[in-house]
Design a binder for this molecule. Structure first.
Ligand code: GLA
Length: 379
């Protein structure tokens, strides 16, 4: 199956890690429906690491931990499907997963068969303990081939953290998304590091194989497994804006059963989601890149733009710096020459306000760690 838009869903790792269990997954799936996340497009409910027994059964098959998942994965997947959602699970390209549970090395076909039998729709495939003697591309081709032959449509989510120049080979493996970064943590510094990692690989994620900037920390507010000091509302807004315009998969990481209304509004904002899910599939670019030459690394702050299906342009001004600064952008850099005579209608995605400009420069003074996210129409 070709994925035309970035996958959306929820993943257990950021909040629950080894404490994931059947009740959490059932309740999360239920609240995905009742909180309006399903209506907004979130569909995969993914169990990350720590779901299995520490050893395989006598036939070499993976076994679910019955203390955590008393009903087994098949029954849980049936329930998730009954809510109109999809079931995801996790394994690893090495002999062990990152948390030390059995991985799929040399068991690729039997594990793909097990997942298909259980009704799984998504496999996150990690990179811990991969053998040094084998390049990652061979390991991911193996699982990609196994999934393509398992008789079920299973979205292959590769998680190599961008290692071994993943972007140069991952779309040969059948993966529908690929992790381009190390693990996210719930702090602005972690988010900023991930954004800065993207500058050189913006052209590599897109339709069919999306660049996964890792699970969302929105709404974690310092709680859960990767919950460091947490972020402010404005920082979470910047997080959503950048993940949206760069077409990253949107996999929620907070405990949605207990999320506050601000978090819900950030996750379900239709304008933000429309940019993320835009049908043209054009890559985003850094529109102010020529202003960034020679600028000290700490002062670099990108203005991302992306041409959308209906001809609008998404524009995200970011201030990743720790001080306030002004960010100018000539419309030339957005694809509108001086002589085009066009008026721009700028719709603020978060506030809903709009204004028009006819001159050839947009400029904003932004407080540290904030952004402005516009959908600009050309009239
Ligand atoms: C790695 C991945 C994380 C998570 C953990 C599970 O660190 O990058 O996203 O899946 O393993 O152990």
């Amino acid at each position: 199956m070709v994925k035309y838009t970035p996958p959306m869903g929820w993943n257990s790792w950021n909040t629950f890690a080894e404490n994931v269990n059947e009740q959490v997954v059932r309740e999360t799936a239920e609240s995905m429906v009742s909180n309006g996340l399903k209506d907004a497009g979130y569909e995969y409910v993914v169990i990350d690491d720590c779901w299995s027994e520490p050893t395989r059964d006598a036939n070499g098959r993976l076994r679910v931990d019955k203390k955590k998942f008393p009903g087994g994965i098949k029954k849980l997947a049936d329930y998730v499907h009954s809510l109109g959602l999809k079931m995801g699970i996790y394994s690893c390209a090495g002999p062990l997963t990152c948390a030390g549970y059995p991985g799929s090395l040399d068991h690729e076909f039997e594990d793909a068969a097990t997942f298909a039998e259980w009704g799984v729709d998504f496999l996150k495939y990690d990179y811990c303990y991969h053998p040094d003697s084998m390049h990652g591309k061979y390991l991911y081709r193996r699982m990609g081939t196994a999934l393509a032959n398992c008789g079920r449509d299973i979205l292959f989510s590769a998680c190599t953290w961008g290692g071994d120049a993943t972007h140069t080979w991952i779309d040969q493996t059948g993966a529908g998304m690929w992790r381009s970064t190390g693990d996210i943590f719930d702090s602005f510094e972690s988010m900023r590091g991930i954004i800065k990692n993207q500058y050189k690989i913006l052209s590599y994620g897109g339709v069919g194989c999306f660049n996964d900037m890792d699970m969302l920390i929105t709404g974690m507010r310092g709680k859960g497994h990767v919950g460091l000091k947490g972020c402010t509302f404005e920082e979470y807004k910047l997080h959503m804006s950048v993940w949206s315009i760069l077409a990253s998969p949107l996999m929620i990481g907070c405990d949605i059963r207990n999320m506050d209304s601000e978090t819900r509004e950030l996750l379900t904002n239709r304008g933000m989601l429309a940019v993320n899910q835009d049908a043209r599939g054009a890559r985003a670019y850094i529109a102010n890149e020529s202003d960034l030459f020679g600028v000290p690394e700490a002062d670099v702050s990108p203005i991302f733009c992306r041409l959308l299906d209906n001809g609008d342009i998404a524009v995200c001004f970011t201030n990743l710096r720790d001080d306030a600064a002004t960010f100018p952008l000539t419309t030339e850099k957005m694809g509108l020459g001086h002589s085009c005579g066009k008026k721009l209608v700028c719709n603020d995605i978060w506030s809903g306000e709009s204004f028009e400009i006819q001159n050839d420069c947009l400029s904003f003074r932004l407080e540290p760690h904030t952004c402005k996210f516009y959908r600009v129409s050309v009239k």
